[in-house]
Design a protein around this ligand. Sequence first.
Ligand code: NAD
Length: 259
Amino acid sequence: MTLTAGGPVRLTERVAVVTGGAVGIGRAYSRRLAAEGARVVVADIVDPAPTVREIEAAGGEALGVSVDVTQEPMVRAMARTAVDHFGRIDILVNNAGIFAPLQPTPFEALSETEWDRIMAVNVKGVFFCCQAVVPTMKAQRSGRIINVASAIVMKGSPLFLHYVASKGAVIALTRALAREVGDYGIAVNAVAPGFVLSETVRQNPTLAGALSAPVVQSRCFRRDQTAEDVEGAVVYLASADSAFVTGQTLVVDGGSIFL
Ligand code: NAD
């Protein structure tokens, strides 16, 4: 058995696609999945090369693919590239989304354009990515889809109505898709992080300023949440340890909300 500082490597030989895997929390998922032995496709609208280099420098294996998850032909090409390069797709982490650039906005002031943009990336993008990888997973008769939702859905936080609705849709589609693909050995689950001070959220002082202090006070663990706090839940949902878990949403928020 190969061992890392954190224990046994759990995803050897697995192929994982991480959308939005180049920066923010997705970068942490990419690095951690690689550290667990997975070969990682870092799929992002921003340049994935620095994250790929980082993984390779640490002894891991990764491939960068430029993709806009709202563009179905690009998403299908991304899945084809993953299979051509690595031969299979075992894990899809649907992490691409728009959160970090958002400004708190009363719902009356949200434009149709803003609504459509959030829904296109956060919901339609997840739908396209699932459609693109499921044929490969069905042929393998195994697969793990991990959708990134948000604990903001259960909290019903104000001033982000389009975002909250989009992540609610992610939880809903997780449950329904799990029933459609269970017969093929494919698990579909979601993680719902709390407010994470990711590298990109830190670049938006209005967002960080509005949410940080009240969220920390609401937690059992009264401290800021980092990307590294979430990655273990993704590894669990990608690993054999969660073999009989599907259709679920795992809240990782330091105990701010209880289901
Ligand atoms: P982020 O905005 O920094 O990351 C989003 C990622 O998606 C980036 O890599 C970005 O380049 C990519 N992306 C955006 N549009 C894309 C597109 N059209 N096609 C492909 N990739 C695209 O935010 P983050 O804080 O790192 O969040 C990552 C995920 O976690 C998002 O889905 C977010 O909604 C979710 N989330 C974040 C928090 C938080 O507090 N930061 C909490 C709960 C859930």
